[in-house]
Design a protein around this ligand. Structure first.
Ligand code: PLP
Length: 697
């Protein structure tokens, strides 16, 4: 842990030292904490603007139309959750979608390109498409088509199922909207894409491999359709981020210069060169910097111009996806979880680069097409879940004031000589106030005690006391450092403040499956902002990592947005103490892209509930759609089990057991059967509302 991270966490958790700057009410002043401190602590302004912020009530809130949201249109996420819970059918974990955020993202992208076109005096236009692989949810795709109808926004497909889906959805789109057909293709794929043209959809078959051309020629003759063809270029431009492997000479996709020229020759030979109208490339997702955008677009624009000069009917330059998201809010290209540019700057760079190349080669400016996925859908969905318990890395720890406390604790126990010497040392160090020495000593005592235990020399009771002693010293050191009473934080005996902080990190158990809801956190260590949904007007006092419900050691999140200027992640999340009978809710943000579709059913946790929320004119909000997540039966069926016959098997066993008198009585038997039956249709996650008492009827 860097000193900076250390400090960040330390200051944040140290409520004693904070003065109540710009507090909203006296109660907060008393606590010395205000929502602006939470805004800074969780770096909400960095990754969340203009959509997410903390409101005066200390709750996470949403501005669904970004900068265009008025004060009355702000939506409190706790109010939304409360309304969902009042309706009674759904509880956490759940996804809340904000279609208005989606609409706003679409408009931001469109406006950015229109503005860049205007500023550059660019002669071509802009037409975006949404790559459905990013979030193929029916309502997301339908919304995008609906919101984008006015500016001929289209869709991109990369497989046959995606193609059929996009064909159906695009029947409601503008007839000019592009239907980009990417991915590897067989005859059936090509036939579908050609039929799309016959249906009046603007489908473009983008050749991924040279062999696909023969299929396209054959099938267009067979169906008697004039195809519109694109080629996907393999650029030498590459980005070094996690998602950059797609690009470069060894990239998985695209055609080399000679392959493209060979396609041109074949098309020319059959008199169809005018069918070649689009050039496509995709450098990879989450492009970190504008310099790479510029390099890639320039390279592709030159290929476009060359093709045009060779006589192809070039109309569209498709720059692929890659528009990034600032997950850690650092607005830098250093961390890989952020980007060093805005949507406006991205559009400006693209238009500028295309314009330059076309001017140089004197080629007519193409329609610029962009396939941004992550950039469009990440913000609009928020995952909400609860933390239901906490486990400490070590137990309790009593308050320790004087050296005599140590002696008192160990008094009635038989200590082996070495432990006895160490404990006397410890008492002395505590008494003279050398806490660092005391901590090192307590650690040694703990280690030696564990060794002695393995040799059968100390009792379990003594071991527990020694473990607690270590925790006590560590707690004491933490308290003193908050008061500024530690003279130096040397690494004496290998122990420093960061060790103490690590000792204080606890695990919050959360009602969620990381494999289902945040798979990229597990798979590629991706960072997503996670923030408590409420109590943000209170100082958090706990350093935590999060564990999920799965029985998998990988089912945890231990890397968090920090607010570090270079985006260096923190190893803990500052959280509030769990309170009895009061649920604690957390939100995970920016997960609208890829997470839902990549999620797996590990441990048979199913899809979560999804709720759509719309703002109401004049304020407040409405729940426009409630889509229940998978039930236990659903996930069993997905694994080819048959819940009905399973229930029958269990029931016949039940009847035998009942006859054999293994149930207390009629009442108990009825209850048991009822529980069995109901469970099949319940949610796969923990349910909090009741203790699961079933009334007998
Ligand atoms: C995945 C993909 C996209 C979307 O990329 P984002 O980084 O999410 O914008 C666009 N085009 C192609 C060909 C893709 O494979």
């Amino acid at each position: 842990m860097s000193p900076l991270t250390c400090l960040h966490g330390q200051e944040a958790l140290d409520s004693d030292n904070l003065n109540g700057r710009s507090v909203a009410n006296s109660e907060m002043k008393k606590q010395g904490w205000a929502v602006d401190k939470s805004m800074a602590l969780y770096h909400v302004g960095g990754w969340g603007a203009p959509y997410f912020f903390i409101n005066r009530d200390g709750n996470m809130a949403v501005r669904p139309s970004g900068f265009n949201t008025t004060f009355t249109e702000e939506i409190d996420l706790m109010a939304v959750l409360q309304k969902i819970q009042e309706a009674g059918e759904m509880n956490t974990p759940l996804i809340i979608r904000f279609p208005e955020i989606l609409k706003n993202r679409l408009e931001v992208l469109q406006t950015a390109f229109e503005r860049a076109i205007l500023l550059n005096g660019y002669r071509g236009s802009f037409q975006g498409v949404f790559p459905v692989k990013c979030n193929p949810d029916r309502y997301v795709v339908e919304d995008i088509v609906r919101f984008g109808r006015n500016f001929a926004f289209g869709l991109e497909a990369g497989s046959k199922p995606e193609l059929l889906m996009t064909m159906a959805c695009m029947c409601k789109a503008s007839p000019d909207a592009l239907l980009i057909c990417n991915g590897y293709k067989d005859a059936e794929y090509v036939q579908l894409a050609l039929i799309a043209r016959q249906l009046g959809l603007n489908s473009v078959i983008v050749l991924e491999q040279e062999e696909e051309l023969q299929i396209v020629l054959k099938m267009s003759q067979y169906l008697r359709v004039q195809p519109v063809i694109g080629v996907r270029a393999k650029l030498s431009t590459k980005h070094n981020g996690h998602w950059g492997e797609t690009s470069g000479d060894k990239g998985k996709f695209g055609l080399s210069a000679s392959e493209i020229l060979s396609i041109v020759k074949t098309l020319k030979d059959v008199g169809m060169l005018d069918a070649l109208q689009l050039l496509h490339f995709h450098i990879g997702s989450q492009i970190p910097s504008l310099s790479i955008v510029k390099e890639g677009v320039t390279e592709a624009a030159h290929i476009f111009c060359e093709l045009s000069l060779l006589g192809a009917g070039m109309k569209y330059l498709d720059i692929g996806g890659g528009l990034g998201i600032d997950y850690d809010g650092s607005n830098s290209s250093a961390s890989g979880m952020s980007i060093g540019y805005t949507v406006e700057e991205y559009a400006e760079q693209v238009v500028h680069a295309v314009d330059d190349a076309c001017a140089l080669k004197n080629v007519k400016a193409p329609t610029i097409c962009c396939e941004s996925g992550r950039g469009l859908v990440s913000h609009h969905s928020v995952l909400i879940f609860d933390a239901f318990s906490v486990s400490k890395p070590q137990h309790g720890g009593k308050e320790l004031c004087r050296g005599e406390d140590v002696t008192d604790l160990l008094q009635s126990h038989d200590l082996p000589h070495q432990l006895s010497v160490l404990s006397e040392d410890l008492a002395r160090l505590v008494n003279i106030g050398d806490l660092e020495g005391a901590l090192a000593c307590a650690k040694q005592l703990k280690l030696d005690c564990a060794c002695s235990f393995k040799l059968g020399l100390v009792s379990l009771e003594l071991r527990a006391i020694v473990d607690e002693l270590y925790t006590s010293v560590s707690n004491l050191m933490c308290q003193e450092s908050k008061k500024g009473n530690l003279r130096s934080l040397s690494k004496k005996a290998g122990l420093g403040m960061s060790d103490v902080i690590n000792d204080q990190i606890v695990t919050y158990h959360t009602n969620l499956s990381i494999f289902k809801s945040v798979p990229d956190s597990w798979a590629i260590g991706q960072l997503f902002p996670i923030v408590p949904l409420h109590r943000l007007d209170e100082a958090p006092s706990v350093r935590a990592i999060l564990c999920d419900l799965t029985c998998d050691s990988d089912g945890k999140i231990s890397s968090f947005v920090s607010g570090n200027p270079l985006g260096k992640a923190d190893s803990f999340l500052p959280l509030h103490k769990l309170e009895a009978n009061r649920p604690y809710y957390l939100g995970m943000f920016l997960g609208g892209a890829y997470q839902e579709v990549l999620g797996s059913m590990h441990n048979l946790f199913g899809t979560t509930h999804v709720v759509h929320v719309l703002g109401k004119t004049g304020g407040s909000f409405q729940i426009s759609l409630q889509l229940p997540g998978q039930t236990i039966s659903d996930v069993l069926r997905a694994m080819l089990h048959d819940p009905l016959s399973m229930f029958e098997d269990i029931r016949s066993q039940f009847l035998d057991s009942f006859k054999a008198g293994r149930f207390g009585g009629n009442r108990e038997a009825t209850v048991a059967l009822h529980i069995l039956k109901c469970s099949f249709s319940s949610y796969t996650y923990l349910s909090h509302d009741q203790d699961h008492h079933y009334s007998v009827f």
